[in-house]
Design a protein around this ligand. Structure first.
Ligand code: S3P
Length: 171
């Protein structure tokens, strides 16, 4: 059976929804950020700080390859995985790609100081909100390639799991 891919911006709930969805549908759960950290033996923040985003994207590409090889898995990607052409091709051919979304204000609220998100952390909340808006704009074209989009703002994990199951027909 095909994989079910969850993608979308940081703070849209990919990991939590993905874990719950996997449990509900008795599928394995794979998180590409976790695969990257396991392969590198370091946190994502450390990888960005010491080797930069380009190296992180290369590690993420390998993690995506590993993830889509797990039969029947629910795969949660990092928020920028769809930007890389190779990762994008692999993900879109692995199964339906559900892009979770949320308003910039809701993303800011969920991420707080974003200490573990190297692309966002630092500055005032207003500055982080501006960064979130700018990155969302820059990524719109990539996110729009997903098979489905679901706004998670104000929604519970249970509601989202059941909506995704209906949407993709996941038993
Ligand atoms: C990133 C999102 C992060 C992580 C890395 C880069 C991004 O994952 O992969 O910090 O480019 O949006 P989450 O979306 O799980 O926070």
């Amino acid at each position: 059976m095909a994989q079910l891919i969850l993608t979308g911006f940081m703070g849209t709930g990919k990991t939590e929804v993905g874990r719950r969805l996997a449990r509900a549908t008795q599928r394995p759960f794979v998180d590409t950020d976790k695969l990257v950290e396991a392969a590198a033996g370091r946190s994502i923040a450390e990888i960005f700080a010491t080797e930069g985003e380009v190296r992180f994207r290369a590690l993420e590409r390998e993690a995506v390859q590993q993830a889509v090889a797990v039969p029947n898995a629910v795969v949660a990607t990092g928020g920028g995985a769809l930007l890389d052409p190779d990762s994008r091709r692999l993900l879109l051919s692995a199964g339906p790609v559900v892009c979770l979304t949320a308003t910039p204000e809701e993303i800011l609220r969920r991420l707080g100081d974003a200490e573990d998100r190297p692309l966002l952390r630092g500055g005032t909340p207003a500055e982080r909100l501006a960064k979130i808006r700018a990155i969302l704009d820059a990524r719109e074209a990539s996110y729009s390639l997903a098979t489905h989009r679901i706004d998670t703002t104000g929604r519970s994990v249970d509601e989202l799991v059941s909506e995704i199951r209906t949407l993709v027909g996941a038993e």
